[in-house]
Design a protein around this ligand. Structure first.
Ligand code: IMP
Length: 199
């Protein structure tokens, strides 16, 4: 039987405060301390030049792992809009200047009817264990792009991502953390940790 390798601390390869908050909220009840890469002393900023979410997640995780040699996770995420052929996808963070992404997407979809505004958030996590072994897990959250910005919680595309009747920026972070793409990917990460690293 595999020896139980308890993971009580991991480094998240990001300095994005919103992502850290969400990941900490999800992982802290399970007794896992999440350090930002800066707190762990790894201030890298690699080029995210992969062609898909998995490649970019691994690039980020590996650049931090090479410095800290502790368990590291990195996520790469984005919004895929069906009528745009899955765009902005891996380019979600670079689609528009920060703070203008919702307006740009609303403008691009201004002639698209409600039934064709389907979209999904995707999150892929690269988890590298202490020994340098990488595993991917992922999660998705399906919704629609609204017709206007709604709500003031969250970040990025949250004000225009309609999850049922409400946008992601209208629900609390607790509610979002139950259903979001990142929450789904983190649940998958936990299943993986339990299978691989527990008795
Ligand atoms: P990343 O930091 O390279 O993964 O960039 C992901 C980008 O996708 C972010 O900058 C946001 O624009 C968008 N994004 C990812 N997750 C979310 C979310 O939960 N809400 C809103 N926007 C998100």
């Amino acid at each position: 039987m595999m020896k139980k390798m308890k993971i009580d601390k991991l480094v998240m390869a990001t300095n994005n405060k919103n992502k850290l908050r969400e990941v900490r909220e999800i992982l802290s009840p399970l007794g896992i301390e999440v350090l930002s890469q800066r707190e762990a002393g790894a201030d890298t900023n690699p080029d995210e030049n992969g062609s898909n979410f998995s490649e970019n997640a691994y690039i980020k995780a590996k650049s931090v792992y090479d410095i800290v040699k502790l368990p590291v996770m990195a996520d790469d995420s984005g919004l895929c809009v069906d009528c745009l052929g899955g765009k902005p996808g891996v380019y979600s963070a670079r689609y528009a200047p920060e703070g203008q992404e919702c307006e740009k997407l609303l403008d691009e979809l201004k002639d698209i009817p409600e039934s064709e505004r389907t979209a999904k958030f995707v999150c892929v996590i690269s988890f590298i264990d202490e020994n340098g072994e990488n595993n991917f897990v992922s999660g998705e959250c399906h919704g629609k792009i609204g017709f206007e910005k709604r709500g003031s919680n969250g970040f990025g595309y949250d004000p225009i991502f309609m999850y049922g009747e409400k946008s992601f920026a209208e629900i609390s972070s607790e509610e979002k953390n139950k259903v979001s793409h990142r929450a789904e990917a983190l649940k998958a990460l936990y299943r993986l940790l339990n299978e691989r690293y527990c008795d």
